[in-house]
Write a protein of this length. Structure first.
Length: 329
């Protein structure tokens, strides 16, 4: 009995690995740097992320996951293999059971691709669970009772919104607007308004430093460096959190609108439970200032940010691995 059970939060932005009995052992960006001539991987995870937008011609930094599903199968397999080896999840004596999380409304073909990638890393058995359900468990919600729980999981590639009861999803929606879309909104806003080109990394720094989606929740300024589109030379501007709120407004409103439509299709008994308990927000997007205020203001329901939104899904896999007999039917 040498096999370890492994839980994987295979995200568009980050991969987190949980090993039963050890907790979260790995949290790295889902990026692989590949030599385009030899097709060999040069770096995976943090090292590869540092290369994004800074590589010479023959080195490509690739994000193999797009919108929570596999966009590049071979590279995803490479990445998973590398991470599992790193945490020593695949010793000579063991073939672990792996639990992987996926967005709620993906197709069977996409589910099979995720399963196959995990099986090819040497897993004995692979279980797939829907992300909002695992996030709710990781956030400490008891979803096993016959009462309604609502979770909004704002990840890197997708936002999953679900109502849960009796251990399952009653109604849910998954949209491809999340952290990466916010980065693109910021890049586009700065390009249109200031004629300044910035990269993904800079956009993410702006989002994390002064990003907000609710007017009046933050008033800060930040220096941004990039390439001037007119002169072609490096240039620095100052940008405020009010401008970032304006840049993110449309995407944030789509998330609010989707949450409303999920609530509209919820059975009335469960709606009453949600008014009492409130909504829990998980995922990296929960860290953007004002999301709880915006949702609470628009949905007229109390909204809480999970204690550690970034690791909720991985911690949820840990709880499910402890009760694996429930999903191993």
């Amino acid at each position: 009995m040498f096999a370890k059970d492994i839980g994987i939060d295979l995200g568009t932005a980050n991969v987190l690995i949980y090993i039963k009995g050890q907790g979260i052992v790995l949290n790295e960006p889902s990026v692989v740097a590949i030599d385009s001539e030899s097709k060999k991987p040069l770096a995976v995870g943090k090292e590869a992320r540092d290369m994004l937008g800074r590589t010479p011609g023959k080195v490509h930094a690739i994000r193999p996951m797009k919108d929570g599903v596999i966009a590049d199968f071979e590279t995803t397999e490479l990445m998973l293999n590398s991470f599992i080896r790193k945490v020593n999840g695949k010793s000579l004596l063991s073939r672990p059971r792996i639990l992987i999380c996926c967005p709620s409304n993906i197709t069977q073909v996409e589910k099979n691709a995720i399963k196959e990638a995990a099986e090819r890393t040497g897993a004995r058995k692979v279980f797939l669970e829907e992300e909002p359900k695992v996030a709710a468990v990781g956030a400490g919600m008891d979803i096993s009772k016959p009462s309604g729980n609502m979770v909004i999981d704002i990840g890197g590639g997708t936002t999953d919104i679900a109502i849960l009861s009796l251990g399952g999803i009653v109604t849910s929606s998954s949209i491809k607007i999340a952290g990466n879309a916010f980065d693109n909104d910021i890049m586009k806003y700065i390009k249109d308004k200031y004629k300044l080109l910035i990269g993904d990394r800079t956009a993410e720094d702006i989002k994390l430093t002064i990003g907000t989606v609710y007017p009046d929740s933050k008033k800060e300024k930040m220096e941004v460096r990039g390439r001037d589109l007119v002169t072609g030379l490096p240039h620095t501007i100052k940008i405020s959190s009010e401008e970032i709120e304006e840049a993110l407004r449309e995407s944030a409103n789509i998330i609010v609108h989707t949450a409303k439509s999920v609530l509209e299709t919820t059975p009335p008994e469960l709606s009453a439970d949600i008014i009492n308990k409130g909504i829990v927000v998980t995922g990296g997007g929960a860290l953007i200032k004002g999301f709880d205020k915006l949702l609470s203001h628009e949905l007229k329901v109390p909204v809480f940010i999970a204690e550690s939104p970034l690791t909720c899904v991985a911690e949820g896999t840990g709880v499910l691995l402890d009760n694996i007999y429930l999903i191993d039917k």
